[in-house]
Design a protein around this ligand. Sequence first.
Ligand code: ADP
Length: 266
Amino acid sequence: MRLPDKSNAEDLQIATAESDNSKVASPNPETEILDPQSKIQNPKSKILRAEGLTRTYNSGPSSVTVFEGLSLELTEGEMVAIVGPSGAGKSTLLHLLGGLDRPTSGSIKLGEFDIFKLADVDLARFRNREIGFIFQFHHLLPEFTALENAMMPLLIGRWSMRSAGERAVSVLTRVGLSARSTHRPGELSGGEQARVALARALVAGPRLLLADEPTGDLDSRTSESIHNLLKEVHASQKLTSVIVTHNERLAAICDRVLHLEDGRLR
Ligand code: ADP
């Protein structure tokens, strides 16, 4: 594996793993890193196909069906915004796309993987390597530094401490936060926390970046700088990105805007 050069932000080679079932179950993630150039084989190919997604929440005797029979396709390399009123099911859909939640019915194919056919442990491993998730309000671990937060997916993915640290330093440099890497989230501004959350999402070299209101809590000037950074890393890391947002300026810089309302995606 080629490790990134700490001294050179441009040298960051966020990489990905091959998509076949044997890779999901691999015990040695560090030996399977590919160059990011290999991520996009065919820019017009569909990287994700969601079909017939239904999510019903059952609580006691009552149940809420957030949406029923939703379908969605993502072309490799596109940046898509999902907008819609509060409560429409945007976060629910994003969690399903990221394999963080399972649908009541329906399927999602990411590359060659029918992700909900994977056992929980394989799905977790797959998610760790192929999907970067930016949570609403960042969800950083408060007792850990920026560097430790950024390293976390790699440590979960069983990288060595040294390699994980080197990779995380490079990603933090890439998002403009190297000078704050020893600070805990409580010592960082909202914009800096957003950068750490982005670094954590990118650190394992995902193919798919999913973001839930990444700038929902930021002022307009800080939001603008995070939007630009998102657009920049989306292109440079050859990502396919889905961003839930209420921010019209963020939606406007995406390639496509999907509206989720009344259980329908259009
Ligand atoms: P959005 O992100 O568009 O604001 P959500 O996906 O968060 O919407 O929620 C969609 C609907 O699903 C809401 O009515 C919400 O109350 C409901 N919901 C979300 N999570 C749960 C849950 N764990 N249990 C029950 N209902 C939920």
